[in-house]
Design a protein around this ligand. Structure first.
Ligand code: NAD
Ligand code: ZN
Length: 344
């Protein structure tokens, strides 16, 4: 790994639509932290949204910020209280830093901690840079068989794993998923890993429907052309990864009595709710916000070949071209763009 320099490259979002390469000091790992030399960073829809709109809801970019939060790398330094043995570990980072003190944290809902610090969520800098710090227990060592890219994509996989958990998917279940983007694909793989045997994914985009059958879907349907087939479904669980009102309404209608509806997509802020359907079918309706402790499972499933992450990467960019990566990600033909910060 060599010696650690004092400054590093960082791709900084100055304000909405303006990205600049800067030289910044390399951060110092605090107590209980590791310093990680960044390898790969996946581009997420939220990075694209901050770049294009300067905000996501009430999270507003008011000062320059480094985007990126789907990250892998190598431990190159440790803070107080962390074993020097960690140096050299290839790691994938769980980017959530909850306070660990509040009621949510203490009752097993750390993803809902009101004091959460998260890469690339204002005012916290993200990972489109050479070095980042992270709590040592959230930098998970990955086996050599996992590529840097797969290790970075454990973050979006985690959203899928948590959604499958919230959907309580079990062996032999039928699951309906709306949206065949990266998150829909992660959910499809996650529910298959839990034993779902019929995984129906809907999307308008032909290329996404075609591709989704190699990422866990057993059937890919068009929301309008295949409306009758979708309406006939009574799934054990419906997971929305589209954020689209018509998809949520049709998904709820295609959920069996006693089934579960999980809302992952963050699109329309409000939607009408089919109260009578939900009441008379006793449908469990819940949301998903990120994940809790999903990296160990994600590493196990990816290493075992149950989940495929490498095949999801459709484009690669060096750190100097973060802007191109952010623009490419909104292309429906792309599945996952990755910024290769420091090649292996
Ligand atoms: P994406 O935009 O790449 O994918 C959404 C897909 O939904 C698109 O392919 C689109 O064609 C499809 N779609 C639109 N209308 C549809 C309809 N009526 N029926 C079926 N499909 C339809 O986004 P993504 O990166 O895959 O993320 C999916 C959603 O998940 C986003 O809204 C994102 O904000 C959200 N998300 C939530 C969390 C969380 O913690 N809750 C985490 C990550 C992402
Ligand atoms: Zn907390």
């Amino acid at each position: 790994t060599g010696t650690i320099p004092t400054t590093m490259r960082a791709s900084v979002l100055l304000k909405q639509g303006v990205i600049e390469m800067q030289e910044r000091p390399v951060p110092t790992p605090g107590d209980g932290e590791v310093l990680v030399r960044v390898a790969s960073v996946g581009v997420c829809g939220s990075d694209v949204h901050y770049y294009k709109h300067g905000r996501i809801g009430d999270m507003v970019v008011t000062a320059p910020i480094v985007l990126g939060h789907e990250v892998s790398g190598t431990v190159v330094g440790v803070g107080r209280g962390v074993s020097e043995d960690r140096v050299g570990d290839r790691v994938a980072i769980d980017p959530q830093v909850p306070c660990r003190q509040c009621r949510q944290c203490k009752t097993g809902r750390s993803n809902l901690c009101p004091f959460m610090e998260f890469y690339a969520t204002p005012p916290f800098d993200g990972t489109f840079c050479d070095y980042v710090t992270a709590p040592a227990d959230q930098a998970y060592t990955v086996p050599d068989s996992l590529s840097d890219e797969s290790a970075a994509l454990l973050e979006p996989l985690s959203v899928g794993l948590w959604a499958a958990h919230k959907a309580d998917v079990g062996p032999g279940d039928q699951v309906l998923i709306a949206g065949a983007g990266p998150i829909g694909a992660m959910c499809a793989q996650a529910v298959r890993a839990r034993g779902a045997t019929d995984v129906v994914v809907t999307d308008f985009v032909d290329s996404r429907r075609e591709r989704i059958t190699s990422f866990g879907a057993t059937r890919a349907l068009h929301p309008v052309q295949d409306a009758d087939e979708i309406a006939a479904i009574r799934a054990d669980a419906f997971i929305d990864c589209s954020g689209a009102t018509p998809a949520v309404l049709s998904g709820i209608a295609s959920t069996r009595g006693g089934g579960t509806v999980v809302l992952v997509g963050l699109g329309a802020e409000e939607m009408p709710i089919p109260v009578q359907l939900i009441a008379t079918r006793e449908i469990n309706l819940t949301g998903v916000f990120r994940y809790i402790d999903t990296w160990p499972r994600g590493i196990a499933l990816t290493s075992a070949g149950t989940v495929h992450l490498d095949d999801m990467v459709t484009a690669r960019y060096p750190l100097e071209q973060v802007e191109d990566a952010l623009n490419a990600d909104s292309d429906p033909l792309s599945m996952k763009a990755v910024v290769v910060v420091n090649p292996a």
